[in-house]
Design a protein around this ligand. Structure first.
Ligand code: 13P
Length: 248
């Protein structure tokens, strides 16, 4: 039985002091069960501190992005080697904010995935359609293209990657997808992954992200197709994130 993955993406929030305070309260208030994995992805500047605090806990650490090279003249970038060195197990790749604010394209995302896997990080590949795609009935086409291009040459490694379905129109808007809509896209994602590698072991978890809150997390997690959550705003408060972790 796969462990479900409940993850916090803090985006560009929290200083080192705020990270320490969050983790102190969160570790005290959350009760962790064996059937789920909990992941925190703070900004790069908090990774070292978080790594030290989390090292004797079951909570895992991840980064929100990485470069595709191991080292070199890439001012301002962080490599997967550095993330591994900091104690990260996971890295989020291709988040919609990376795609749409920073212009990251599928080819770059693919290179980052390859590099993260080579360093032994477990990537969470984010996919999701914009509102205009959804209104034009293009959701499946957009998600399929992101999966095919992102996972190009990685067909044999699909089991080492998790996918987060985050419809762009649901991120930070307070308007989540309905569990039914999410389930339909999650099923479709699994169909595409099956086509890319019919002999995969189905170890990939398909997470939902977009306006997840303590009040709606349980509704998503009731559905077996939703194998985890990627939470932005509601993961910034330790009690709210603990409630999401305990919502099922
Ligand atoms: P919100 O939970 O703030 O909508 O953000 C979702 C997200 O982008 C997680 O990666």
């Amino acid at each position: 039985m796969k462990k479900r993955l409940i993850s916090a993406n803090w985006k560009m929030h929290k200083t080192i002091g705020e990270t320490e305070e969050f983790l102190r309260i969160f570790l005290k208030s959350v009760s962790l069960k064996d059937d789920r994995e909990v992941l925190i992805c703070p900004p790069f500047t908090s990774l070292q501190t978080a790594s030290q605090i989390l090292k004797n806990s079951e909570v895992r650490l991840g980064a929100q992005n990485c470069h595709w090279e191991k080292k070199g003249a890439f001012t301002g970038e962080i490599s997967p080697v550095m993330l591994k060195d900091l104690g990260c197990d996971y890295v989020i790749i291709g988040h919609s904010e990376r795609r749409h604010i920073f212009g990251e394209e599928d080819e770059v995302i693919n290179r980052k995935l390859i590099s993260a896997l080579e360093e032994g990080l477990r990537p969470i590949l984010c996919v999701g359609e914009k509102i205009e795609d959804r209104e034009a009935g293009m959701t499946e086409k957009v998600v399929e293209t992101q999966l095919r291009l992102g996972l190009s040459r990685l067909e044999d490694h699909i089991d080492s990657i998790d996918i987060a379905y985050e419809p762009v129109w649901a991120i930070g808007t307070g308007v989540p997808a309905t569990p039914e809509d999410a389930v339909n896209v999650h099923r479709f994602i699994n169909e595409v992954l099956d086509r890319l590698n019919p002999s995969r072991k189905r170890e990939t978890r398909v997470l939902y992200g977009g306006s997840v809150k303590p009040e709606n997390a349980g509704e998503f997690m009731k559905r077996e197709e939703i194998e985890g959550l990627l939470v932005g705003g509601a993961s910034l408060d330790p009690e709210s994130f603990a409630k999401i972790v305990e919502s099922f």
